[in-house]
Structures are given as structure tokens and as C-alpha cells.
Design a protein around this ligand. Structure first.
Ligand SMILES: C[S@@+](CC[C@H](N)C(=O)[O-])C[C@H]1O[C@@H](n2cnc3c(N)ncnc32)[C@H](O)[C@@H]1O
Ligand SMILES: *[C@@H]1O[C@H](CO)[C@@H](O)[C@H](O)[C@H]1NC(C)=O
Ligand SMILES: *[C@@H]1O[C@H](CO)[C@@H](O)[C@H](O)[C@H]1NC(C)=O
Ligand SMILES: *[C@@H]1O[C@H](CO)[C@@H](O)[C@H](O)[C@H]1NC(C)=O
Ligand SMILES: *[C@@H]1O[C@H](CO)[C@@H](O)[C@H](O)[C@H]1NC(C)=O
Length: 263
């Protein structure tokens, strides 16, 4: 029989774990407080594209995608990649040139058109019946389809599930209060063998309002940890003069590999 001392010990452990759980949740909430209520409406992103205020765009393939690509592919060929909030990231062409397929979602039509034009690709343009107002732009030469719509109008019923996701300038760009909704959408787009590469930024949120927003590792775990395993692949000092001009004194860029738990 179980003695009462053993039962008390078990009970104590359960209480401690529950307390630690809610306490770390409280700590995450306090870390996020400075940016919690910051909201960018879609029109503000379009204004940035119209004014060419797109400092986030990089003319080269992202270093941290390049250095971790083997871990994302894990030996697979012809992988279907999803790019949430894709902008005109040249990473999409890089992957398609290697024989992978790319589906991106981006609200700005200017960004989508510039992607194809700057990469010398011809494309077709058609409406998306399942999403009123949305259009899909498809490359004629490569497997690249870019949906011009609000990300939250996209779902697995449009393009199925994906074998990989490259999330750069996306979780860090959406409004902080939408993170749970965003994580649920991303998880619904992950195939069982999906390998999700997530780029996050760590800095003092008291010094800059964002975007990009500060997303601590603790929150990455609380957003995805219930159904996914995760590994911090890389953590680099990313502070440049652009960020010093924002008032930042440090900036760390982290890359996480997130995979569905195999139950
Ligand atoms: C910070 S940029 C990053 C773009 C790209 N991932 C990159 O790394 O260059 C964020 C992009 O998301 C787009 N965007 C913001 N909110 C969106 C939403 N709810 N649905 C679709 N696109 C959105 C913006 O127009 C912008 O191009
Ligand atoms: C709680 O958050 C602060 C920053 O707000 C951090 O310095 C501290 O290490 C955190 N404590 C734990 C136990 O995570
Ligand atoms: C697209 O074509 C122009 C003109 O021929 C060329 O200058 C440019 O380098 C090309 N861009 C790419 C990404 O190949
Ligand atoms: C698109 O998303 C907006 C806000 O997230 C919602 O109000 C609207 O109903 C959605 N439209 C479609 C066609 O799903
Ligand atoms: C596009 O993807 C399909 C299916 O994976 C493949 O058969 C086809 O060869 C690809 N086309 C190009 C241009 O890569």
C-alpha cells in the first residue's frame, strides 16, 4: 500500500510544478509588457511598401537559413516550404532553384510583384475563390505561389500542409497580442514531418517599440511547446548601426528548429 508520507510528497511535487508553471507564465507576461499593446494595422505595412521603407528586406539569402538548411531538409528533396509574411524574400527563389516548392503569404501586392520582377520571373495572377479579395501569383518557371491576402485568412484548406516553414520577420512582425492565434495557424499548417525554422529577436523592449518585436525563448516554448519539440540551433549577436539608431544596446538573433512531437 502507498503510505501517507509518499502521497504527501507526490502532492507537494504537483503543487510545486503548478506554481512554477503559472509563475513562469507571469514572468513572460511581465517581460512582454512594454510592447503588449502595440498594434500595426495592415495599412501601415502597405504604406511602408509604398514609401520603400523596407529596411527588413535583405538582398542576399539569409545567413541563418543558409547555415541551417541541412537541418531543415533532413535529407529530403522537393520539400514544400511555407513562408508566412514573405515580403519579397530572395530566400524563396534560392529554395525554388534547388527544386523545392514555395508558398508565401503577403498582404502587399507591390511586394509580391516586385519579387517576381526583381527576380526576372514571369507570373500569372488569379483570384482565390476561397478567400474573397485575395489573389494568387504563380511563377511560370518555378514552383512559387504567393498569396496576396491577410495571413489570418489563409489555412490548410488552401494549399494543404507543409514539410518546412521559414519564419523570418514574421512571428516578430505580427502584433504581440495575436501570437497565440498565429501559433495555432502555423501549427495547423505543419505536416507530421514538418521542420519549422523560426528566427526571433531578443532585445530590451523598453528601448524600442517595434516592429520587429521582442520574442523571448520562454514564449516560443509556451506557444509551441505543448505539441512540438524545439531546439535552439543558433544564437548570434545581430546588433548593427541600424539597430543602434533605434536606441538598442544589444540585439540577439535566435534560430529555433520546431518539429511536431511524434505521439
Ligand atoms: C518585417 S516584413 C518581413 C518580410 C520577409 N519575411 C522578410 O524577411 O524579408 C513583414 C511583412 O509582412 C507583411 N504583413 C504584415 N502583416 C501581415 C498580415 N497580417 N498578412 C499578410 N502579410 C502581412 C508586411 O507587408 C511585410 O511585407
Ligand atoms: C524573469 O524575467 C526577468 C526579466 O523580466 C529575468 O531577468 C529573470 O531571469 C526571469 N526569471 C526567471 C526565473 O525566468
Ligand atoms: C534580372 O535581369 C536584369 C537585366 O537583365 C539583371 O540586371 C539582373 O541581375 C537580373 N536579376 C536576377 C535576380 O537575376
Ligand atoms: C479574413 O480575416 C479577417 C480578420 O482576420 C476576417 O474578419 C474575415 O472574415 C476573413 N475573411 C475570410 C474570407 O476568411
Ligand atoms: C514543381 O513541383 C512538382 C511537384 O512536386 C514537380 O513535379 C515539378 O517538376 C516542379 N516544377 C519545377 C519547375 O520545379
Amino acid at each position: 500500500m502507498w503510505d501517507s508520507e509518499f502521497l504527501l510528497r507526490v502532492l507537494w511535487l504537483v503543487v510545486c510544478q503548478a506554481a512554477a508553471g503559472s509563475w513562469s507564465q507571469a514572468n513572460i507576461t511581465s517581460m512582454l509588457a512594454p510592447q503588449a499593446d502595440r498594434v500595426m494595422v495592415l495599412g501601415e505595412w502597405e504604406e511602408r511598401w509604398q514609401a520603400d521603407r523596407i529596411g527588413f528586406h535583405q538582398p542576399q539569402v539569409h545567413k541563418m537559413l543558409e547555415s541551417n538548411i541541412d537541418k531543415v531538409l533532413a535529407g529530403r528533396t522537393g520539400v514544400r516550404f511555407f513562408f508566412p509574411l514573405c515580403g519579397k524574400a530572395v530566400d524563396m527563389k534560392w529554395l525554388a532553384d534547388m527544386g523545392h516548392s514555395v508558398v508565401g503569404v503577403e498582404i502587399s501586392e507591390k511586394a509580391v510583384k516586385q519579387f517576381f520582377e526583381e527576380n526576372n520571373m514571369t507570373y500569372s495572377e488569379e483570384p482565390v475563390p476561397a478567400i474573397p479579395g485575395a489573389k494568387v501569383y504563380k511563377s511560370s518557371e518555378r514552383n512559387i505561389s504567393l498569396y496576396q491576402c491577410d495571413l489570418y485568412n489563409f489555412s490548410s484548406s488552401i494549399e494543404g500542409e507543409f514539410g518546412a516553414i521559414w519564419d523570418r520577420g514574421s512571428l516578430v512582425a505580427i502584433n504581440p497580442r495575436d501570437r497565440e492565434k498565429y501559433a495555432a495557424l502555423i501549427m495547423s499548417l505543419m505536416a507530421k514531418d514538418c521542420r519549422y525554422l523560426l528566427d526571433t529577436l531578443l532585445y530590451n523592449p523598453e528601448l524600442y517599440t517595434g516592429p520587429p518585436f521582442f520574442v523571448p525563448d520562454e514564449q516560443v516554448h509556451s506557444l509551441f511547446g505543448n505539441s512540438c519539440d524545439m531546439e535552439l540551433l543558433q544564437s548570434v549577436d545581430a546588433l548593427t548601426d541600424r539597430h543602434r539608431a533605434w536606441g538598442l544596446d544589444y540585439l540577439t538573433e535566435n534560430v529555433h528548429l520546431i518539429t511536431p512531437k511524434s505521439v
